[in-house]
Design a binder for this molecule. Structure first.
Ligand SMILES: CC(=O)SCCNC(=O)CCNC(=O)[C@H](O)C(C)(C)COP(=O)(O)OP(=O)(O)OC[C@H]1O[C@@H](n2cnc3c(N)ncnc32)[C@H](O)[C@@H]1OP(=O)(O)O
Length: 409
């Protein structure tokens, strides 16, 4: 008999995780990767559905702190490790876990839940909206030239072992978090994620390598990368695979990219996950030869509409009444008056006439400023009831930097 989801006991973790691995195809993760996810699992926030001793459903939650427009870093439930046994699919087990999980998140007073989806089609029904995109690229460095700003030559580059450089890289990362919505503060243990480098995950590429940018003896940027040597009849055609890059100023940023561009015996940089507004696009001579591609990134769900809309700031003054539909979390449904600007915001229940009507999913999509309310309205997903309200709110919800999540979870 299938029971309701219940909280995971630490001793059950192996059985629970085996169910997750099976649902993803049954290929066992490398021991070091498994060990890291075990260490990061928050047992008291992880749910299992059991049939006797057999685990048939899993869902985890990480206690993230997420950057939102305006620079505040706020609690957010990071939904993860979701699976249902192939023998038990499509009979409502995921729905029961989503129900319990969102009730728990609400009980903890977290206004946001976020996730990265294995398939984008799954989570809209639970009120999650696609809020960020990530950029991929394959840059033809044999044809594309890079122009760097003045001062770049003053940046010193130094190779380091990734483990030895981790503390300095993390310090750069930490300073970037409030500057870009969607980034998460790294809680203890998470600094190991960018260093994860199991041989089975490298393909024919090298182990992870690290280059540091330094100015006046201070680390001002880093890149974690691999090299995949390849040879063609006409000569070398190696690939630089960029895993992570962070920099505190334009010169350090450009010096790191120049390093990647000029690597001997390579002619491509493979970019796996960068923000859509990443600045290297303005340094290259021919963006068309950079093989740009977009993919869905973070999905956001407002668990408490009022608290979530008050947690961020707004690029322009806004005063708007939102009529929100929310079937899965009905405590959010109804009218909210949002007033705010770049300094702060208030969002309270109201009985006034609505200016915009939308579902909580659209609010999630617009929340980090990565997609505009105007584009959602053009798709018929936001309805304007007062002329001018859409343009004003759309402007206010924007973000100076495109929201982005630097890693999967
Ligand atoms: C954040 C993360 O961890 S993402 C990882 C998600 N996990 C995976 O992709 C692993 C492989 N897949 C699975 O384990 C399962 O198929 C799950 C978890 C995706 C779905 O579990 P189920 O218990 O079958 O879902 P459930 O029966 O509750 O379905 C609820 C609704 O979602 C729909 N649905 C479920 N899975 C999918 C899917 N992959 N694509 C589209 N719709 C889906 C169902 O059709 C159903 O729709 P309805 O309400 O209109 O009838």
């Amino acid at each position: 008999m299938t029971t309701e989801p219940r909280v995971l006991a630490p001793s059950e973790w192996n059985t629970w995780y085996e169910q997750l691995e099976r649902a993803f195809g049954g290929v066992a993760e490398a021991p070091e990767e498994r060990a890291l996810w075990e260490a990061l699992t928050e047992h008291d926030r992880s749910l299992g559905v059991w049939e006797g001793d057999a685990c048939v459903g899993t869902a985890g939650t990480f206690s993230f702190r997420l950057s939102v427009p305006g620079g505040a870093v706020v609690p957010a439930a990071g939904v993860t490790m979701v699976s249902v046994a192939p023998t038990h699919r499509r009979r409502g087990i995921l729905t029961s876990m989503m129900r319990r999980q969102l009730d728990d998140v609400r009980g903890r007073g977290e206004a946001l839940a976020v996730l990265m989806a294995s398939e984008p089609d799954i989570y809209g029904r639970f009120g999650y909206g696609l809020a960020t995109q990530l950029m991929r690229a394959a840059i033809d460095t044999a044809r594309v030239r890079l122009s760097v700003p003045e001062g770049t030559d003053g940046v010193r580059l130094r190779l380091a072992r990734p483990e030895d450089a981790a503390e300095a890289c993390e310090a750069v990362y930490a300073r970037s978090v409030p500057l870009r919505p969607g980034m998460t503060e790294r809680r203890p243990g998470w600094e190991r994620l960018p260093l994860l480098d199991p041989p089975s995950g490298r393909g024919s590429a090298s182990p992870l390598a690290c280059v540091l940018a330094e100015r006046d003896g201070r680390v001002t940027g880093y890149a974690l990368y691999r090299v995949r040597p390849e040879w063609e009849p006409a000569g070398p055609a190696g690939v630089v695979v960029l895993e992570h890059l962070g920099a505190l100023d334009p010169e350090s940023y450009a010096a790191l990219w120049r390093f990647l561009f000029e690597m001997d015996l390579t002619s491509t940089i493979e970019v796996r996950n960068r923000p859509v507004d990443d600045a290297w696009q303005h340094l290259v001579s021919d963006v068309r030869r950079c093989g740009l591609a977009l993919r869905d990134g973070l999905f956001v769900r407002l668990v408490d509409v009022g608290a979530a809309l008050e947690a961020r700031t707004y690029r322009a003054p806004v005063d708007v009444v939102l009529e929100v539909a929310d079937d899965f979390c009905p405590w959010n449904a109804g009218r909210w008056r949002l007033t705010g600007d770049a300094e702060g915001a208030r969002c309270v229940r109201t009985g006034e006439a609505p200016d915009l009507a939308l579902s909580v999913r659209e609010l999630g999509t617009a929340y980090l400023g990565g997609f505009s309310l105007a584009s959602l309205a053009a798709a018929g997903r936001v309805r304007e009831a007062r002329e001018g309200a859409l343009a004003a709110a759309s402007l206010a919800f924007g973000s100076a930097a495109a929201p982005w999540v630097p890693h999967s979870f």
